[in-house]
Design a binder for this molecule. Structure first.
Ligand code: FES
Ligand code: FES
Length: 171
């Protein structure tokens, strides 16, 4: 079928607190909807098949790979992207922790790590270092060697009282 013949569908959802509505092709990925239809380019796309975690957003408060979901599946749902958690002049404490503990280099993976960690922070659970490492292991980073990211999330979790084992001195 020619591209122009594909029947578009209306989808509406709530993105970062605002209701948005667009006509989209049924095959459009949520990641592309967020980036290209809404212009929220903080959500990154790496592998496009659920492996790297760069495209992670919150759907109804739970972390979700937006490249594994169609935009039309988001009908009526609440989506949060990295743009919702902090601004350049007013960073979220987790973003401050990434900055302070060198949790990023190129920054491509960072939005995915942030949204994954926000989901963990909102889960009502507490984490040991091992559990934290395990929970973050689904997100890939090509630059940092992960230690800075681990330290950044661990310090933030310690700040908000959900890290069961204290952060080691000097990390
Ligand atoms: Fe979605 Fe890699 S772009 S997991
Ligand atoms: Fe470059 Fe993670 S900071 S991919």
């Amino acid at each position: 079928m020619m591209e122009s013949q594909i029947q578009k569908q209306t989808v509406w959802c709530i993105v970062n607190g605002e209701t948005v509505e667009r006509e989209v092709e049924p095959r459009l990925l949520l990641s592309d909807f967020i980036r290209h239809e809404l212009g929220l380019t903080g959500t990154h796309v790496g592998c496009e098949h659920g492996v790297c975690g760069a495209c992670t957003v919150l759907v109804e408060g739970k972390s979700m790979r937006s490249c594994l979901m169609l935009a039309i599946q988001a009908q009526g749902l609440e989506i949060q992207t990295v743009e919702s958690i902090g601004k350049l002049k007013h960073l979220h404490p987790l973003q401050e922790s990434f900055r302070e503990h060198h949790g990023l280099q190129c920054g491509f993976c960072t939005p995915g790590f942030l949204m994954t960690a926000i989901d963990m922070a909102q889960s009502g659970k507490t984490f040991s270092h091992e559990e934290l490492k395990e929970a973050l292991s689904g997100n890939l980073c090509r630059c940092t060697g992960y230690q800075g990211i681990m330290n950044a999330v661990a310090h933030y979790f310690e700040q908000i009282g959900i890290l069961r084992t204290p952060v080691k001195k000097g990390s």
